[in-house]
Design a protein around this ligand. Structure first.
Ligand code: GLY
Ligand code: MN
Ligand code: MN
Length: 430
């Protein structure tokens, strides 16, 4: 592993909190994600299932976690199944976890080889009344049209044990994972620190007529050098009007002299993520109009993020941000005050220039699990990301920070990433 190992006390604590929420006498079975293929013998690399990682810390393919807190035999209360390594695997792929290492990482005493899973589960299954199984319940899940390892486990388990009751792991982890513990906050802070270095490096490198991907390369260098897993997501390096396509990430265009560049990027460190957006003029000097638009968005970020505090609902937070943006759009001459006054509330005019949400949970996933019907609680980490996109002027501006909700308000985890116009211009012209 590249990252400093995470104390297993985190996973022990996570399991303990998880078990408190279980229906009695049930078995939880969580499987790792598939390694996805490309072509020929190529693979896309491995990303662990976040719930499995949260409850075990095991960052390896072909892993199964079984939790049965009410098992009458102590040895069956927690079992981790891992891939059995061999001389052949060692020669071609390198070391895989030994049972001792998996036990040390997870804090789980009993570790077995994965080929023994079915047999061992069979000994426990009929004592139990039900199963908790994992599934991707994210609102915008990317797996809706493909079969995953979890789908196969659900089908297998229901076929094998059709008369048991079935429950959803995600229903529990969606409440647990949004509230971060200190170890998790420190990992997000570490990701944020690396992001800040990456952004400063981009500011130093940026010059007119560079390709957007050359700026992406500056980030990649910085992240790998710092021991991060890598980018949290494909970074958006969008100059000029490209910034008005919200998920533009081909990054293949030239940054023309006079263009403003939108950089939406994140670092994944120890499987925890940052997610930040900054904008800067590629020639080091904001034009008057860029400055005005940027200042409006910065004002909305500062003012809107004030509502990131315990007890506030997402709806209140989003509505407040929409009102702030609306006023700025009028000031920028993009909307007419009278038209806004008379607008259809179901089709607000600001949506032409600000068409996305303001916040999402962040953690093991960039768009982390958690319900948006819940109010903010201490320990949650959320983004704030207002934007104004004016395609006809070739200007797209978004600014995004990551905030930890505290007892009395919040802490901006990305405070040290330059954001003031003067700081950005100074760093670019240094
Ligand atoms: N980069 C995606 C987002 O900001 O949510
Ligand atoms: Mn975001
Ligand atoms: Mn982002």
């Amino acid at each position: 592993m590249r990252y400093t190992s995470i104390p297993n006390t985190l996973f022990i604590k996570n399991r303990s909190n998880y078990k408190k929420k279980l229906t009695p006498n049930t078995i939880t079975v969580l499987v790792s994600n598939d390694v996805k293929h490309t072509n020929a013998d190529g693979t896309m690399g491995f990303a662990q299932n976040s719930d499995l990682l949260y409850l075990s810390g095991i960052d390896q393919e072909e892993t199964i976690l079984v939790l049965y807190p009410d098992a009458y035999k102590e040895e069956n209360k927690e079992i981790l199944f891992i891939k059995e390594t061999s001389e052949h695997i060692k020669i071609w792929d390198g070391e895989k976890l030994t049972k001792q290492e998996a036990s040390q990482i997870s804090g789980i005493a009993r570790v077995e080889w994965i080929q023994d899973f079915e047999k061992i589960l069979q000994y426990m299954a009929f004592e139990a009344d039900g199963f908790y199984l994992g599934h991707n319940e994210h609102l915008k899940r990317s797996t809706w049209n493909q079969e995953t390892q979890q789908d196969r486990m659900i089908a297998w388990c229901k076929k094998k044990y059709p008369l048991h009751q079935y429950f959803r792991v995600a229903q529990l982890t969606r409440d647990l994972r949004p509230v971060k513990s200190i170890e998790e906050i420190n990992l997000i802070k570490k990701a944020a620190t690396i992001s800040i270095e990456g952004f400063k490096r981009v500011l130093k490198a940026a010059k007119p007529n560079m390709h957007e991907y050359e700026l992406e390369a500056e980030l990649s260098y910085c992240f790998t050098k710092a021991g991060a897993n890598g980018h949290a997501f494909s970074p958006i390096v969008a100059s000029g009007k490209n910034a008005c396509s919200l998920h533009y990430n081909t990054n293949h265009n030239l940054c023309q002299n006079g263009a403003m560049v939108l950089l939406d990027f994140g670092v994944c460190y120890g499987n925890y993520n940052s997610d930040t957006t900054r904008c800067f003029p590629v020639n080091g000097k904001f034009s008057k109009r860029q400055k005005d638009v940027y200042s409006s968005v910065l004002y909305c970020l500062k003012k809107g993020s004030e509502l990131l505090k315990p007890g506030i609902s997402h709806t209140t937070y989003e509505k407040n941000m929409a009102s702030l943006i609306e006023i700025e759009l009028i000031k920028l001459g993009l909307l007419n005050a009278e038209d806004v006054e008379n607008q259809d509330p179901n089709k607000p005019l600001y949506k032409k220039y600000f068409m996305h949400g303001t916040a999402h949970y962040i953690g093991l996933d960039v768009h982390d699990v958690g319900l948006y019907s819940r109010v903010f609680k201490p320990g949650m980490v959320l983004t704030c990301e207002p934007g104004i996109y004016i395609e006809e002027e070739g200007i797209g501006c978004r600014l995004e920070n990551d905030y930890l909700i505290t007892e009395n308000g919040h802490e901006n985890l990305t405070q040290d990433m330059p954001i003031e116009i003067e700081d950005i211009e100074r760093l670019m012209n240094h």
